[in-house]
Design a protein around this ligand. Structure first.
Ligand SMILES: Cc1cc2nc3c(=O)[nH]c(=O)nc-3n(C[C@H](O)[C@H](O)[C@H](O)COP(=O)(O)O)c2cc1C
Length: 362
């Protein structure tokens, strides 16, 4: 049997809102920490992204909307002119390969050490609840996460405005759209949670209140750049970064239809990777959302094509496979082989483990 026939669906074009994709393979958002401490992408990030533009859709690494939204070392931003000037040639090169390119916008909330920021800012969260565990800093190695302060009610509009401004910046330098990061335990997910969100204003307590902040951020972005260029990423059941969703089923049964009302370009559903989860969250998302869906998390060419075939997904995103295989789409077509990703260089500065993985051509 020719396996390539089974995965043919991956190579067919599709459309997500305003974005026409040449195929249904997406590069997942991948933090690589190659920017500088002021969030300015490295010059060689151009080569890294361009080499992966065989994907129909390339999603950037998580990119902050302010220094307050930065938590890890050397993550890029979309809120200063110097950052935008560094992103512009990356966008141009990705587009020259016919890929669509969206920027994943985040605010890390409490998953932060102020030491990692080029400019100091408060560490903020829905409530003053410190994240468990430690995080890496260039200055002092592993340290505890900083203790966050609870956001004032009035500050939520400020943060929504920062997301909208970053989305506008991205469009100005030619990005095709943005993906709002509502997953993996960062600020929006902290609001959705039952353990980090202990607020007693209209942003805490009931499910309707806990989804309010993420929806206000989303609505501010949509008002700025239009709904058909906006996607959103969720990770139901993912306990990463100390998140609890005690009412996970009910939460997403409310949140996902609210997202659907916005007529977004896509919903991106990430299956938990840091913990086991009994629930098939891709299946769950499909039950509550009838728009376009990208799935991600543990897929290979065959299982990805199957998810499309079964109507669970329209597009499949690949993370670790794209770290180590710049020409992943060609390798899918050829039936492999695949380079193994080297975890030790996931977040280290410099080209090693970033632009050094070979293509099939050598
Ligand atoms: C090195 C690395 C960095 C990541 N950075 C991000 C990120 O910036 N934003 C995000 O939403 N997910 C991030 N993820 C999660 C991936 O997007 C993806 O969901 C995960 O790797 C599972 O997909 P896979 O099995 O195809 O690798 C990261 C994963 C890895 C391995």
């Amino acid at each position: 049997m020719d396996l390539r026939l089974d995965i043919g669906k991956l190579f067919t074009p599709t459309q997500l809102g305003a974005l026409k994709l040449k195929n249904r393979v997406a590069m997942a958002p991948l933090t690589r920490s190659r920017a500088d401490q002021n969030g300015v992408p490295a010059e060689f990030a151009t080569e890294y992204y361009a080499n992966r533009a065989g994907a129909g859709l390339v999603i950037t690494e998580a990119t902050q909307v302010s220094f307050e939204g930065m938590g890890y070392p050397r993550t890029p931003g979309m809120h200063t002119e110097t950052q935008m000037d560094a992103w512009a040639p990356i966008v141009e090169r990705v587009h020259s390969h016919g890929a669509k390119f969206v920027v994943q916008l985040w605010h890390v909330g409490r998953i932060a050490a102020d030491l990692n920021r080029g400019q100091s800012a408060d560490v903020v969260a829905p409530s003053a609840v410190r994240a468990p565990g430690q995080m890496y800093t260039d200055a002092k190695g592993m340290i505890e996460h900083d203790m966050p302060r609870a956001l004032e009610t009035e500050e939520i509009a400020r943060i929504a405005g920062e997301f909208a401004a970053a989305a506008r910046n991205a469009m100005e330098i030619g990005f095709d759209g943005i993906e709002l990061h509502s997953a993996n335990g960062y600020l929006l997910h902290q609001f959705l949670s039952t353990n980090v969100n202990r607020r007693d204003d209209e942003y805490g307590g009931s499910i309707e209140n806990r989804v309010r902040m993420p929806l206000e951020v989303l609505d501010a972005i949509v008002a700025e750049i239009g709904s058909d260029r906006v996607g959103i990423r969720v990770s139901p059941g993912h306990t990463f970064n100390g998140i609890e969703e005690a009412d996970m089923e009910a939460l997403y049964a409310h949140y996902l239809p609210e997202l659907e009302k916005r007529q977004l370009a896509y919903l991106h559903v990430m299956r938990p990777f840091a913990n086991d989860c009994d629930r098939d969250v891709a299946q769950m998302a499909r039950q509550h959302y009838s728009g376009k869906i990208i799935v991600c998390g543990g897929y290979d060419a065959e299982s990805g094509a199957e998810a499309i075939e079964n109507g669970i997904a329209d597009v499949v995103a690949f993370g670790k496979l794209f770290v180590s295989n710049p020409d992943l789409v060609e390798r899918f077509r050829a039936g492999g082989p695949y380079n193994e990703p080297d975890q030790s260089t996931f977040y280290t500065p410099g080209r090693e483990g970033y632009t050094t993985y070979p293509t099939l051509a050598g």
